[in-house]
Design a protein around this ligand. Structure first.
Ligand code: ADP
Length: 292
């Protein structure tokens, strides 16, 4: 079982040719409301990749709360430790323009009310093979979960924020994308970034979009795995799909290179479909891609 302590957001996505400037009104092509949030996405990715997943976090007492809860439960994620709190759910207001570029406003809502794990949350976390964290919850809550987990902690440092030393000391595996890696280290070259990050945490995977991912450990192991060549239609949640699948493969004891292959196969499947949760591949599809 893998626990995810993180955010759940309703993604409200408007598709336009050109994003409006201030004071301007434009007519869009489509609108979609889809469950998202990095935490919920990772939990669904874990469940779909074939492991038990538990999601710890909060949704609001609004019309989106039950939708977010059902999206997780419907994907097979254990939502026993998902709270419903007064006030609105987390929202991501997303504008996707004609080039596939986006601008996003996140309003934390219920996610912003999450504090550190309580005793029952900790009991659930400590029964897990790993704890997955991201940075869409208040930093104090993330630090409290990481430092008390007593199981391997995997952090996706997104959205990019400065990482307190206390958090880094508790992280076993860090999974930044190349932009987050550059923001954390000030180094543009992913290989140099990887080396610098290994001074902070024992293991690092940097995801490189269509170029795949690189792995390094403090004990000197290195691996590079290309992404399967695919036609990407929507890369939303590619990183979350990757992180969830990687955690599953590692919990199964796969060697580093195999685990990276499993994660890049899962993420490549997800970018070929629109949306976050619904785009995540089932285990059989991941296995079929690996066997091809
Ligand atoms: P994020 O989604 O967090 O920005 P990346 O863009 O690095 O992170 O993507 C995460 C992973 O998703 C990559 O390591 C890769 O395995 C997969 N991926 C992303 N974009 C593509 C693509 N165009 N083709 C194939 N795989 C992709």
């Amino acid at each position: 079982m893998i626990s995810v302590f993180g955010s759940a957001n309703m993604d409200l996505v408007a598709y336009v040719s050109t994003a409006p400037r201030r004071g301007e009104t434009v007519t869009g092509r489509a609108f979609r409301a889809v469950p998202g949030g990095k935490g919920a996405n990772q939990a669904i990715a874990v469940a779909r990749a074939g492991a038990g997943a538990a999601f710890l976090g909060a949704v609001g007492a609004d019309e989106f709360g039950p939708v977010l809860r059902e999206a997780l439960a419907g994907a097979g994620v254990d939502v026993t430790r998902l709270r419903t709190v007064p006030g609105p759910s987390g929202i991501a207001h997303i504008v996707v323009d004609g080039d596939g570029g986006n601008s996003i406003i996140v309003i934390p809502g219920a996610n912003g009310t999450v504090t550190g794990p309580d005793a029952a949350d900790l009991a659930a976390i400590r029964r897990s093979d790993a704890l997955l964290l991201q940075l869409e919850l208040p930093m104090d809550a993330v630090v409290a979960a990481a430092t008390q987990a007593e199981v391997p902690v995997v952090l996706t440092p997104a959205p990019a924020r400065e990482l307190p030393g206390e958090l880094l000391a508790a992280v076993g595996l860090l999974i930044p994308n190349e932009h987050e890696a550059a923001a954390l280290t000030g180094l543009a070259d992913p290989q140099e970034s990887l080396a610098a990050l290994l001074d902070l945490v024992p293991e690092v995977v940097i995801t490189l979009g269509a170029a795949g991912a690189i792995y390094g450990s403090r004990s000197g192991e290195r691996a590079r795995v290309p992404a399967p060549p695919v036609r990407a239609v929507d890369t939303t949640a590619a990183g979350d799909t990757f992180a969830g699948a990687l955690a599953v493969a590692r919990a199964e004891g796969r060697p580093h290179r195999d685990a990276l292959r499993f994660a890049t196969a899962a993420a490549a499947l997800s970018v070929q479909r629109e949306g976050a949760g619904p785009s995540m591949p089932a285990r059989a599809e991941i296995e079929a891609t690996l066997a091809a």
